[in-house]
Design a protein around this ligand. Structure first.
Ligand SMILES: *[C@@H]1O[C@H](CO)[C@@H](O)[C@H](O)[C@H]1NC(C)=O
Length: 843
């Protein structure tokens, strides 16, 4: 099935307990929101309004159908309809017992004004087991696409499939969809496919040994990733018993060159006859082996990195098949999971019992609450001497195991599709009651070893505080970067530092300013915690950012960042007033920006639209702030997350950059060689940054170009509900701009009230900012200079127009125009020297 599952969106529940030998269980395929059946992927999907099924619907919800489809998948016919629910909705499925794959298909759609899928949020519970909570489909899709983009891949998916494996002990499957308070949810299709054969053994050994075995009995599973390593995507219809999708592995590799794809179509057979359902043979026909091992320095690994949810156990299944060698001792290697040896001295020829034998091995590992990724690495067997210089992997699956009846976790995305609160503000929804029909029995060994691990972690935390960097500096960047400890640099906060860093507030002052962190004063929420509107020093409004008290905090880095921020003072940067660091609290106090984000004045709110002049001025203000970051006091600071939600407007609509302060050689970048570790905001990302893995000021220029187009078109930079060619604003606007017809897609509310020449200049600048090659993009100084020119053109036009208007005796226009009467002489800029731009008047 299309690309989504390829991105690890599957979920699975498990099935060790085997059941009755009654009737052969059948698949149940439900086409939601429809009374007709469709044939897709060779199977028949029955409408959920059809009467002759085993499925009952507790309430009708709303059935919708849509013609704007961008799923781009073989399942598109299914995605034409959906069922929407604004209150809890159950699908009750009769006559199911045993082990099942349960898949949920979600494809965002447009339904006119009634339901905005971007605002949907819901949970899914099956037989009492919580699978999803506060689930945000479009946010998740954007996030996955961002991951793909950040690893240099272009593919975009616009639908999502979640896959689970469930053991159903009663005769009934009750699938409950629950909208998050006040919101709504939707579902396009449900797939219930019986597991044939045995997928899992009863117990699995823990990575690193010592920890005993994991008893899989009764543990539900979610498929996180399923990869056909070294080969093409295997679509569900090529796995016709279980209908799994196997995605391409390369986008998860740290360095794709570390392993070369190999294939072999000769007669591959299963090493064990019990394994026939473990994976289709196609998976074993391709592999990745370590390339050029004769010439390269032999000490490297093939590495894959996966984003996972903290605080769960994962089952990692490795699929192998020796395709090259027909004898033992040719290829001996080691497998690491999360830096620890999972398998040593691996010779697949020996383990599988020959060449071309399909073989697999499972391991489990626990991912702690502070970790949100999982690494799988294959490398030379250090102990084996000369023989061990090559490694091989054919397939890989990662399953999340339920814990206490819960598989759900909550991802939060801010308005610009950032994942916020990653491992910081994650909200866990506990499940209170026991499970009605899915037994959850964790093996005692596991419980014991888990307890031990916990204790060790908490001790480690004390001695070695993990690095903490105020996340607000990153905007909503998924910050796994720099999660390493910084114990060595820990020092106490001296008074000298506080004088440099603005005012040092006491916690009492902050509590007074925020009315004891009154929820009604919250004006923003991010990964770091919340932002409150407060009043300091007798009524001066301030934005008070409080680091989540549960976040892991490193004082040293907090200090460094404050020092850096406090050095950056500029009319177009939101300024830091002070901070509070007391009783484990880390709080920053900023000037309050009365008019909020630029984005909120462009679209998505009821605020009156900005005039063209106001938009240009806001862009100029932001450009000045960025120009200062790039060239000013602390030269060479790259903002790294330029977007309209990081451009704030004060009470006079003066624009200022917020969330700046990342020095390009700062400690935050210690891990940037890992391509997936660093993220900006989807839709604003500089593609060159991913090609070269190098961040420069020109990446900010690129993002700023997207901001410019956003100011013209007043729409989201990514809108998955639009037709495919319009989803990405940068691409769409550039297509029009290359035809010199950006005015076609200009915000309709600007029509007639802007100087056409100024728009075409403005568009030219935006186009230059989006040049593929960073070197050909202008500097922020040049951008600024040209924007000033745009403003002059427009002002001259306004003057002309207001004169004409007054001559024609209509005074009506005057009210909405900015100023009149002055004669403006417009001169084309003759110099590209950025200093010229700097010297221009402040607006
Ligand atoms: C491979 O990865 C493991 C685990 O991260 C590491 O200990 C080992 O040194 C790496 N081997 C090489 C050759 O880089």
């Amino acid at each position: 099935m299309g690309k989504i599952t390829g991105e690890g969106l599957l979920i699975v529940l498990i099935l060790v307990a085997v059941s009755t030998t009654d009737a052969q269980p059948k698949s149940l395929l439900i086409n939601c929101g429809s009374n007709s059946s469709v044939n897709v992927d060779g199977r028949r999907w029955v409408g959920d309004m059809a009467s002759n099924t085993n499925v009952t619907l507790s309430s009708p919800g709303v059935a919708v159908s849509t013609s704007t489809l961008s799923g781009n998948s073989i399942y598109d016919p299914l995605y034409k309809t959906a069922r929407i629910f604004t209150a809890s909705l159950n699908y009750t499925v009769k006559e199911v017992q045993g082990n099942y794959f349960v898949r949920f298909h979600f494809c965002p759609f447009e339904t006119g004004e009634d339901f905005n899928v971007n605002k949907s949020s819901f949970g899914v519970v099956v037989n009492g087991l919580k699978l999803l909570s506060e689930f945000d489909v479009p946010g998740m899709i954007s996030h996955k696409n961002m991951d793909l983009q950040s690893s240099g891949k272009n593919a975009s998916s616009f639908f999502l499939v979640k896959e689970y494996i469930l053991a159903v002990n009663v005769d009934l499957l009750v699938i409950e969809f629950v909208p998050t308070g006040g919101s709504f949810g939707f579902i396009n299709a449900i797939e219930i496919v019986p597991v044939v054969g045995e997928l899992f053994d009863g117990s699995v050994s823990k990575v690193g040994g010592g920890g005993g075995n994991l008893n899989l009995n009764g543990r539900a599973m979610e498929t996180m990733y399923r990869l056909n390593v070294g080969g093409p995507e295997i679509q569900s219809d090529q796995d016709p018993d279980l209908w799994r999708t196997w995605e391409v592995d390369s986008s998860y590799m740290i360095t794709e060159n570390a392993g070369s794809a190999i294939k072999n179509h000769s007669n591959i057979t299963y090493a064990s006859m019990n394994d026939t359902s473990v994976a289709p043979l196609l998976v074993y026909e391709t592999a990745r082996a370590m390339s050029n091992t004769q010439v390269l320095e032999k000490r490297f690994n093939m590495s894959w990195k996966f984003e996972v949810d903290p605080d769960f156990d994962y089952l990692v299944r490795l699929h192998f098949c020796e395709l090259d060698y027909d004898k033992a001792n040719e290829r001996i290697f080691r497998v690491y999971i999360n830096n620890r040896t999972a398998m040593g001295n691996v010779d697949i020829f020996v383990r599988a019992g020959g060449m071309n034998k399909a073989y697999h091995q499972d391991h489990f590992d626990t991912v702690s609450s502070r970790i949100d990724n999982l690494w799988v690495q294959l490398g030379p067997e250090t102990a084996a001497g000369a023989a061990g210089t090559d490694a091989l992997l054919n397939g890989l699956e990662i399953f999340k195991l339920s814990r206490n009846g819960n598989l759900a976790h909550v991802e939060r995305f801010d308005s610009a599709d950032n994942l916020v609160g990653k491992s910081k503000a994650r909200i866990w929804v506990g499940i209170g009651a026991g499970l009605a029909s899915i037994a959850v029995v964790a093996g005692i060994v596991l419980v014991l070893c888990f307890c031990k691990r916990r204790r060790k972690e908490s001790i480690d935390t004390k001695n070695n505080p993990p690095g903490w960097r105020p996340l607000f500096l990153y905007g909503g960047i998924n910050s796994t970067v720099g999660a390493k400890g910084s114990a060595g640099t820990q020092k106490s906060y001296g008074p000298a530092a506080s004088t440099r860093a603005g005012k040092r507030f006491t916690l009492a002052e902050i509590i007074a300013a925020t009315n004891n962190f009154d929820e009604s004063l919250v004006i923003g929420v991010g990964g770091f915690g919340k932002v409150y509107k407060g009043e300091i020093d007798d009524g001066i409004p301030a934005a008070i950012k409080r680091a989540n008290p549960h976040s892991d905090q490193g004082l040293a880095e907090f200090e460094t960042e404050i020092e850096m921020l406090s050095k950056l003072r500029h009319r177009h940067l939101v300024s830091l007033i002070g901070f509070c660091e007391e009783k484990n609290e880390m709080i920053l106090v900023y000037e309050y920006m009365a008019n909020g984000t630029l984005r909120s004045h462009l679209f998505g709110s009821d605020l009156p639209p900005l005039t063209w002049k106001q938009r240009v001025e806001a862009c100029i203000g932001a450009a000045r702030g960025l120009h200062y970051l790039h060239t000013g006091a602390d030269r060479g600071i790259i903002h790294r997350d330029v977007k309209t939600t990081n451009i704030l407007l004060d009470e006079n609509f003066v624009a200022k950059m917020a969330d700046f302060g990342l020095s390009k050689d700062g400690p935050a970048f210690e891990h940037t060689h890992v391509s997936t570790a660093v993220k900006g905001s989807f839709g604003y990302l500089d593609p060159e940054y991913f090609r070269r893995q190098q961040l420069t000021e020109k990446s900010d220029v690129y993002s700023f170009g997207v901001v410019l187009f956003e100011a013209v078109c007043a729409r989201a930079v990514i809108n998955p509900t639009l037709p495919k060619d319009q989803i990405n604003l940068a691409e769409w606007a550039m297509r029009w701009q290359r035809q010199r017809s950006l005015d076609t897609i200009i915000d309709a509310r600007l029509k007639g009230s802007y100087c056409p020449e100024s728009l075409s200049k403005f568009a030219e600048i935006a186009e230059k900012c989006l040049a593929d090659d960073g070197k050909s993009r202008p500097t922020m100084g040049e951008v600024l200079w040209h924007l000033e020119y745009v403003l002059q053109l427009h002002e001259a036009w306004l003057n002309l127009k207001s004169n004409e208007t007054s001559f024609s005796s209509s005074q009506a226009l005057r009210g909405i125009q900015d100023d009149g009467g002055l004669e403006v002489v417009v001169q084309e800029p003759s110099s590209h020297d950025e200093e010229v731009g700097l010297d221009l008047k402040q607006n």
